[in-house]
Design a protein around this ligand. Sequence first.
Ligand SMILES: CC(=O)SCCNC(=O)CCNC(=O)[C@H](O)C(C)(C)COP(=O)(O)OP(=O)(O)OC[C@H]1O[C@@H](n2cnc3c(N)ncnc32)[C@H](O)[C@@H]1OP(=O)(O)O
Ligand SMILES: O=CC(=O)O
Ligand SMILES: [Mg+2]
Length: 541
Amino acid sequence: MTYILNGTPDITGAAEILSAEALDFVEKLHHRFAATRTSLINARAGARATASASGTMDFLPETAHIRNGDWRVAEAPEALRDRRVEITGPATPAKMAINALNSGAKVWLADLEDAATPTWSNVIDALVNLGAAARGTLSYTSPEGKAYALRADASLATVVVRPRGWHLPESNLSVDGAPAVGALVDFGLHFFHNAVHLAATGQGPFYYLPKMESHLEARLWNEVFTFAESELGLVHGTIRATVLIETIPAAFEMDEILYELRDHASGLNAGRWDYLFSIIKTFREAGDKFIMPDRAAVAMTAPMMRAYTDLLVATCHKRGAFAMGGMAAVIPNRREPEVTEVAFAKVRADKTREANDGFDGSWVAHPDLVGICAEVFGSVLGNEPNQLSRQRPEVSVSADQLLDVASAPGQVTEAGVHANLYVAVAYTAAWLSGNGAVAIHNLMEDAATAEISRSQVWQQIRNRVVADDTGNVITAGLVEGILAEEIERLRAEIADEDRFARYYEPAAELIGRLVSGRDEDFEDFLTLPAYRLLSSELVAP
Ligand SMILES: CC(=O)SCCNC(=O)CCNC(=O)[C@H](O)C(C)(C)COP(=O)(O)OP(=O)(O)OC[C@H]1O[C@@H](n2cnc3c(N)ncnc32)[C@H](O)[C@@H]1OP(=O)(O)O
Ligand SMILES: O=CC(=O)O
Ligand SMILES: [Mg+2]
């Protein structure tokens, strides 16, 4: 039996999203797939421990036949043939969803993951908005009276929904006494309500799949898709999914992931921020070889990042799959032209590198960046909608190149520790307040970027790294002092004391624990303990 624990959010359309038929569908997904999901999540720890102890990782010998085999993924449907610019952003509030759909981007990655806090009302509101977006009826009027509506022309972005990763539970739904699986709730409710309509209009159902760590996790998604299609009477292969390669183990299984999903696969995306986090997390206690420079200093031109993106483009195009670029986190500021100018220049450089390397399109975080990305890719694509035909036979990437963290230029500084702690606390506070993506110091911060900040400090303490700017060893004591300074800085900036007490204090406490450098405090995902804080008021059925 499925129970709704905290009631149905007071949102128009919520009861329909949580209809008995829709919950039955989620329950069926849970019964068939939740146990496998749990065992795959549990298997991650052993694989990580082995990699960390050996200080390395390699391509799988048992799947060499897949890497060497001659196969391709399914042909892209019309709605996904031109993906030169994809805007990302949460699907709630409705205003942002409308702005994204109207932005001129070819695709909107409607995010229930890195950019979203999964409060119950956010989850349901996002699903309500996605239902209205699918039917072209989404509209909104702000409290100030500004009316938002979808553009009437045919240039609305195609929606690609990113459900939560396999790790997050949905504690507001209980199936047979256990929390539901966030990924299955997001996918299941979106698919149940919209797939038939989207398939009929050629606009979906399309998904982005985050944070996978092995091709077996991709196999599970493929099984979910096949089952879901058959339940709703849709043709096998109607769903198309783009997989984020944003963990270091997944970088060693790009071919295998595409192969598992080949009837449903649309492409791979170079999710750089979670990728950096995954490298730190995986090799956090594996010594100096894996100490990364300050977060701000790690560039996509570092040899290990170049190896990763080259391998991704070469793998995708060999298999007929789209290679999608990632997020340059700099964002424009409409009130500060000089900030915008810097952001435009950095985004242009980032997208130019990607387009020249063979990517078929890329991500932007803000509507004002759509034009730059479209222009840069347009100048490389010419009259073609993509560059799938561009093969990269010269690319040959070794395990050592993917793991070559030591040659990334840049320093570790105490200033970097300050910046990491400030961002980690400020972002976690925003997340706890229901806002999963925020601008902090002119950068887009989301769950992935915050993960780098907190895991990097843990790693620096654990490995007794010496700061290049001060010569001090980064110890737990030093970090405690820096954290206290950053908390005071934030307290001075946040005028509202209640708000500080409600969100910043628990955020600071959580981050203080997560960066301690002790094994028992390293959480696999920042959002897991943060989610427990969000859902601590839930009651059992
Ligand atoms: C690592 C990764 O996974 S990257 C992908 C996940 N991260 C994201 O998707 C982040 C997406 N970006 C954002 O959420 C936002 O751009 C932020 C939070 C960084 C900045 O947002 P704001 O502070 O509101 O920016 P700003 O004030 O300049 O916004 C101007 C307008 O653009 C809209 N806007 C800004 N970003 C977006 C977006 N990504 N999608 C839709 N609309 C947007 C705002 O809603 C606002 O609209 P309005 O004029 O109608 O009120
Ligand atoms: O999801 C994208 C990333 O960079 O992380
Ligand atoms: Mg990510």
